[in-house]
Each structure stands twice: as C-alpha cells, then as structure tokens.
Ligand binder design. Sequence first.
Ligand code: PRE
Length: 365
Amino acid sequence: MSDADQLKALRVRIDSLDEKILELISDRARCAQDVARVKMASLPAGETPVFYRPEREAWVLKHIMELNKGPLDNEEVARLFREIMSSCLALEQPLKIAYLGPEGTFSQAAALKHFGHAVISQPMAAIDEVFREVAAGAVNFGVVPVENSTEGAVNHTLDSFLEHDMVICGEVELRIHHHLLVGETTKTDRITRIYSHAQSLAQCRKWLDAHYPNVERVAVSSNADAAKRVKSEWNSAAIAGDMAAQLYGLSKLAEKIEDRPDNSTRFLIIGNQEVPPTGDDKTSIIVSMRNKPGALHELLVPFHTNGIDLTRIETRPSRSGKWTYVFFIDFVGHHQDPLIKDVLEKIGNEAVALKVLGSYPKAVL
Ligand SMILES: O=C(O)C(=O)C[C@]1(C(=O)O)C=C[C@@H](O)C=C1
C-alpha cells in the first residue's frame, strides 16, 4: 500500500472510532441526566439537590488512571475525562465559579483545571470578594490561592477564613510557569519597567537580577493586569503565564523564568457543601490556643501520638487580641474518620477555639 493509501485507511478508522466515542459520550451524558432526575426525585419539595459531587469525581478520575494502559499518560487521560464529566455536570446544573481575576490569572487556570471548561467562571477583584460571592450564594464555589512552593502562604486567603464561614470542598495544585511577555510595539532593547504581581516578581527574583538588574520592577494587582498594561506601553514588559499571554496577544521574550523549576501554587475550592470521605482525604482546621508556654506542643501531641500526617501548619495574628495567634493546620484524613474525630475532640478540649474548615479529596490532577 502506498503512504497515501495507508493514511486514507487510518483516517477511515479514526472516523469510525470517533463515531463510537461520540455514541458512548452521548450515552454517558444521558446517564448524567438520569442521575439528576434521581437526585431531584429523592428530595423533599423545595430543597435543592447537590449535583456536584467532588468525592465521586475524584473516584472516577482515579479509576480511569488505574485502568489506563497508555499510550496516553495518566494525566492526559484524566484531563480528557475531567472535561467529559464537566460537560455532563453542566447538563445537570451549570456551575458558577468565582476566582481571583481578572481573566487570564493562574486562579482562573486552577478553576478550569479543577472543574473543567463547562463552568461559568466569574472574575473577582480581590480574594475577599471571592469569599463574599460564595457566602452570598451568588456563585456555587470559589477558587482561591492558599500557598506557593517558593513564596509560602497567601495571607489574604488565610485571613478571609477568619472572617467568613466557609467550607473547603477541594484542592488543586497548579505548576506555575512564568514568562517575560512583550507586546507588538515593545522595543525589546529599551525595556525600563517590568510589571507583575508581587508574588510572581518574587518567584523570578534571581532571573530578574541576572537579566534585568537595572529595570524597575512594578508590583500590580495581578499578572493578567500586568499583561494588559504592556499592550499600550512600548518600553515595558510583563511577567505572567500562558493564559494571560494568549488573552492579551503578547509574545514570549523569555520562557519559564521562575527561579525554581518545581514552582507550584495550591488553590482551595470554597463553598457551602460538606464532602463525604473518599479514603484519600485531607482536612483543614483553624485552632487558637491559650497564650501559655508549650501551647503549640500541646496542640501537636495528639497528631503525633495517633500517627496523623500533618501536611502544613501556618500561624496568623488572631485579630481578636494583640499578640494572640491562630494556627491553620492541614492533615491527612477526614473529620468523620473515628481516629480523626478522637484527635479533634482532644484538641478541642485544650483549645480556646477549634473550627473544622472542611475535609476534601486530595488533589487528583
Ligand atoms: O455521580 C453523580 O452524582 C453525577 O452527577 C455524575 C457525574 C459524572 O459525570 O460522572 C457528574 C457530576 C458529579 O460531580 C459527579 C459525577
């Protein structure tokens, strides 16, 4: 067979496989519609069903990854199924998601990674606004950054948890790649100013010291805002990610300029929905202890004696008294697990205040 004939035969095969895939996807979508009907029928009149089920979504994605035999890698296969599930859920209920805007931020990329593209994503001007939109019921969920592997905690997010009653329903981790972006009119040899968010400037500090030591670094409210500014300024550049570059039509003068190649940010999904255990969960709590010597030790002992894996501990001023502090703690397990229940009870007995922010499936993607 000639190359042209081989290509033709392979494309006929691909067409026929696509038809089968389409049939199967449509079948799956009809199943999701039936699921929605069952969820609605099983509720007393007036109550809204819970369509979005993070614990089930985590199971589906993990199951697919376990079954996968290649040639596509696990992450790629899970990403495809993430989008299929996102479209199926949109048939049941289109989710509204608030994120730290403007459009093109890493928070938006995190929201789409977690929920897929079949959601209505709404940019907010500040982290606190994301919390307020969720609390007011104007959106179903919010996506907020909570920690970066290079720069540490995002304090605005931690402080917002002290002011709002919110449930953490999930987490998502995003590898953060920064690029130096310029517009069509930028004179690349005469750059005098580089815009970015303060965290991003910090994440690229060494690269900037080496390549643009004498250029002014200007911190703005977001990377996307930085990208927007360079469009109209011939002597400036921005540090931002792929989404912002695409959105504002900028090109990359230098790629992946973050100082640490593993630079990642963890985001939290906030809402009003308790998530049942999956067997592979994390829990986040806020605790304030009495201001006395050994208070932190006392707090940590029950975790240690029960072999519970702490994944993060952060301290913030409590806002209710001078020199008093609260601890934000993440650990492995679900607050409904008997062992975790026991530990929380012990801590609760010693603490001034203890609040479970939520238990949620560990990030799958
Ligand atoms: O299993 C459910 O409860 C569904 O609604 C179906 C489905 C899916 O497409 O697999 C859709 C949305 C949920 O978040 C979880 C799973």
